[in-house]
Write a protein that binds this ligand. Structure first.
Ligand code: HEC
Length: 136
């Protein structure tokens, strides 16, 4: 009798493996297709990561940046002015920031501007989709 059971288990294990491999492939495909993720990678990815896993870049990590006070990432050397800005990142402050960081916070060291409101919104919505600062 045992060989039947053995093969059933073996088949089940094989099917499970395929299922796991294909769902992770689907997850990855989704991440690549998501226009917000793409825009983030293109516009911000040279300087920022927005994850708990990737290697640090020259800008602060933007994982769950919505609801986060400006200038609080440990170990990142912010400009004096951004740290002292008293800003909290939400949809409105991020939009103003990405439109012109130096106007919102004179003396900031972020040299990047996005004039296209649709692209700003894509990136902000993408960041918002991660959840908010301090929430699990
Ligand atoms: C050329 C590199 C560069 C690019 C491109 C860039 N940033 Fe930055 N970013 C920085 C640096 C450097 C800082 C720190 C600024 C300071 O300390 O004044 C910063 C700071 C920030 C902060 C403040 C974070 C905090 O912890 O207070 C946010 C939010 C931010 N960037 C969002 C973005 C987004 C979104 C994009 C893309 C649309 C982007 N940045 C593109 C370099 C960059």
């Amino acid at each position: 009798m045992w060989p039947d059971k053995f093969f059933m288990r073996l088949y089940a294990a094989i099917i499970l493996c395929f299922a796991l491999v294909s769902t992770s492939a689907i997850d990855r495909a989704h991440a690549e297709d998501d226009p917000g993720a793409k825009q983030f990678k293109k516009s911000c990815g040279t300087c920022h990561i927005a994850s708990l896993e990737d290697q640090k870049r020259q800008g602060p990590n933007l994982w769950k940046v919505l609801g986060r006070p400006a200038g609080v990432i440990d170990g990142f050397k912010y400009s004096e002015n951004l740290r002292a800005s008293g800003l909290t990142w939400d949809e409105a402050t991020l939009d103003a920031w990405l439109t012109n960081p130096k106007k919102l916070v004179p003396g900031t060291i972020m040299s990047y501007r996005q004039r296209n409101p649709d692209k700003r919104k894509l990136v902000i919505d993408y960041l918002a989709s991660m959840g908010r600062y301090g929430e699990d």
